[in-house]
Design a protein around this ligand. Structure first.
Ligand SMILES: O=P(O)(O)OC[C@@H](O)[C@@H](O)c1c[nH]c2ccccc12
Length: 250
């Protein structure tokens, strides 16, 4: 059972525990995100993970065709795509994941509130190359075992942290790809200073992804100087997909 939760997080996690299994046989290899990030950095390109998201509890709303958007991100130089599949609050779906993973040749991350191995099976079956694991909603043992389970598919999960406590857990269980979410999942507020402090505390052998509220090339450059390796951007790209080119090359 996940950590004690209440409010919207509890509803989302209760929903996640009931998500159905999707049986389908995967027809492509698992693409690796970390080596790809290193390659981008060598070529002086910003590793951007572009997110397909239609709704969020903070009030965001934008409808776009998933395939057109994903192809535009790939063409614009995105390192990977993140696809929200949570269907109660974020109005995502497994269908989006399946459609997107068959239309692009870059890695695809399934973004959901993963609390069961079954959800990871579904991610793999539908063509995802990795999954997000949110430290805030899991116990340390659950997180550790879901990381191992993802790795059994060759997928290195993105382990999301929000505060010092989450970070200590993520490092203890040996996460290699850590996402620092500047948005608090309970209050929904973005706190970039807090995120920056966390960034500075992560050892250099861990790949660091900055998440939420990123809106400009200037900010990306700044975070890069502070040690960020990659950037996960949803809202600002869903609103203005053309920005991908500047984000990758700023
Ligand atoms: O749209 P933004 O502010 O660029 O944020 C993207 C991403 O960080 C955000 O969607 C997110 C980060 N962690 C999550 C966990 C669940 C759902 C959503 C998220």
């Amino acid at each position: 059972m996940p950590r004690y939760l209440d409010g919207w997080l509890k509803r989302v996690v209760d929903n996640a525990l009931k998500r159905p299994y999707v049986s389908k046989s995967r027809e492509k290899p698992v693409l690796q995100i970390i080596p790809r990030i290193e390659e981008y950095k060598k070529n002086e390109l910003n590793p951007i993970i572009a997110e397909f998201k239609r709704r969020s509890p903070s009030g965001f709303s934008e409808d776009r065709d998933p395939i057109t958007y994903s192809k535009q991100m790939e063409k614009g130089g995105a390192l990977a795509l993140s696809v929200i599949t949570e269907d109660s609050v974020f109005q995502g779906s497994y269908t989006f994941l399946e459609k997107i993973s068959t239309s692009v040749n870059i890695p695809v991350l399934m973004k959901d509130f993963v609390v069961t191995e079954r959800q990871i099976d579904v991610a793999y079956n539908l063509g995802a190359d990795t999954v997000l694991l949110i430290t805030r909603i899991l116990t340390e043992r659950e997180l550790s075992s879901l990381v191992e389970y993802s790795r059994s598919y060759g997928m290195e999960p993105l382990v999301e942290v929000h505060d010092e406590n989450d970070l200590a857990i993520a490092l203890r269980i040996g996460a290699k790809l850590v996402g620092i979410n500047s948005r608090d999942l309970v209050t929904l507020e973005v706190n970039k200073e807090k995120a920056l402090k966390l960034l500075e505390r992560i050892p250099s052998n861990v790949t660091k992804v900055m998440e939420s509220g990123i809106e400009s090339g200037e900010e990306i450059r700044y975070l890069r100087e502070k040690g960020a390796d990659a950037f996960l951007i949803g809202s600002s790209l869903m609103k203005e997909p053309d920005k991908i080119k500047d984000f990758v090359r700023s």
